[in-house]
Design a protein around this ligand. Structure first.
Ligand code: ATP
Ligand code: MG
Length: 352
């Protein structure tokens, strides 16, 4: 099990250290950790936010544990030297086309969610978002028409193979978790969505154990807020996924608890190559103070065990330990508590 640890900036090193400690406490077979500089930390040492050495370390590993990048000291740099470029570069060079964002309201934390407290507890879904196609990457431009009016356009397109491979990621996730799959599109008006729907239905034939339904994106946005419990795995394209994943994250109401995965095409011995990171950023305002909540990164490590190493049991154990820790009232400042990074990490390990 080769894991590249890229802590990055701000609270990145603090939260990744706790996630690594959790992994080390699990007695995983052949666990080997590599590390690399990334973001502002890399810029200060190597003059670039994503050095070749780091990319190489990421490539030889089966999975990457990523902290966060962002450094106020780099604000004045040209765009290609800014820390944020590191994550974009990793996505591009490593072909990470699938973004997985779970959103879950843990028991006892319903009051942090902006959803009605009697329904908030029903929010436990996984958004599988396509990351490399759609309207962001189609032909785009602006022009002045013959009438002298300005006009802009962005072409939305999906190729069959792009839909097929992201659909497989979502069906595999639904098969492992036993949850139903909802494919979200806008097939009543968009051709891309028609193709999307057709391909998803074809792929579904390979996963007879997974229940599939289809929903228009406008309805899906409403249902996440009004009936969150009707979702398990949500499969969608880049644009709709961008919006829905932020909607779902906001519905949880606690940034320090949200993990994510970005998966590539390469298969490892027991899963899929991927990069795992918390949703939150480098939080320079609390960096170096031992205050950051490491749970989002610890939950990201659980996702890594599930998706890159086929260790569902270990993933579930970590998630259960986090849930217990929260239920026992061990809360970081972001959740209205006063426990620090190390205390939270230790509490999770005790409950493993
Ligand atoms: P970046 O520029 O890297 O995105 P940011 O400060 O803009 O950093 P976040 O890092 O997402 O954005 O932080 C938003 C707010 O949430 C900050 O006030 C930060 O302190 C807080 N925060 C983020 N992550 C955590 C965490 N793990 N634990 C506690 N508070 C957090
Ligand atoms: Mg930010």
């Amino acid at each position: 099990m080769k894991i590249a640890v890229l802590p990055g900036d701000g609270i990145g090193p603090e939260v990744t250290a706790e996630a690594v400690a959790v992994l080390e406490s699990l007695a995983l077979p052949g666990l080997t950790l590599f590390s690399g500089d990334v973001g502002g930390a890399a810029y200060h040492r190597h003059g670039v936010p994503l050095p070749d050495e780091t990319l190489e370390v990421a490539r030889v590993a089966d999975a990457i544990l990523f902290g966060a990048v962002g450094d106020p000291a780099c604000d004045a740099l040209e765009r290609h030297l800014r820390p944020e470029q590191a994550i974009l570069g990793l996505r591009k060079h490593l072909g990470l086309f699938a973004n997985l964002r779970p959103a879950r309201v843990f028991a006892g934390l319903e009051h942090l969610s902006p959803l009605r407290t009697d329904i908030a507890g029903g929010l436990d879904l996984l958004i599988v978002r396509e990351l490399t196609g759609d309207v962001y990457f189609g032909a785009k431009g602006q022009r002045v028409t013959d009438d002298g009016e300005r006009e802009g356009w962005d072409a939305m397109s999906y190729a069959e193979h792009e839909v097929r491979r992201i659909a497989h990621v979502a069906f595999r996730a639904a098969a492992v978790s036993g949850q139903p799959l909802t494919s979200v599109d806008k097939a009543n008006v968009l051709e891309t969505s028609q193709l999307w729907r057709d391909v998803v239905i074809e792929v579904a034939a390979e996963y007879p154990g997974v229940t599939l339904d289809h929903m228009y994106v406008d309805n899906a946005a409403m249902q996440v807020v009004s009936h969150p419990d009707r979702f398990g795995v949500v499969l969608t394209g880049n644009l709709f996924g961008d919006i829905l994943s932020d909607l779902a994250s906001a519905a949880v109401g606690s940034i320090g608890l949200l993990p994510s995965a970005s998966l590539g095409e390469r298969q490892t011995a027991h899963g899929t190559y991927g990069l795992y990171e918390p949703i939150h950023g480098s939080a320079p305002d609390i960096a170096g103070q031992g205050k950051a909540n490491p749970m989002a990164t610890i939950l990201s490590a659980a996702m890594m065990l599930r998706h890159s190493f086929g260790r569902e049991d270990d993933a579930v154990r970590i998630e259960a330990a986090v849930a217990r820790t929260l239920a026992d009232g061990i809360l970081g400042g972001d959740l209205g508590g006063s426990h620090g990074t190390a205390a939270i990490g230790a509490a999770v390990r005790e409950r493993l």
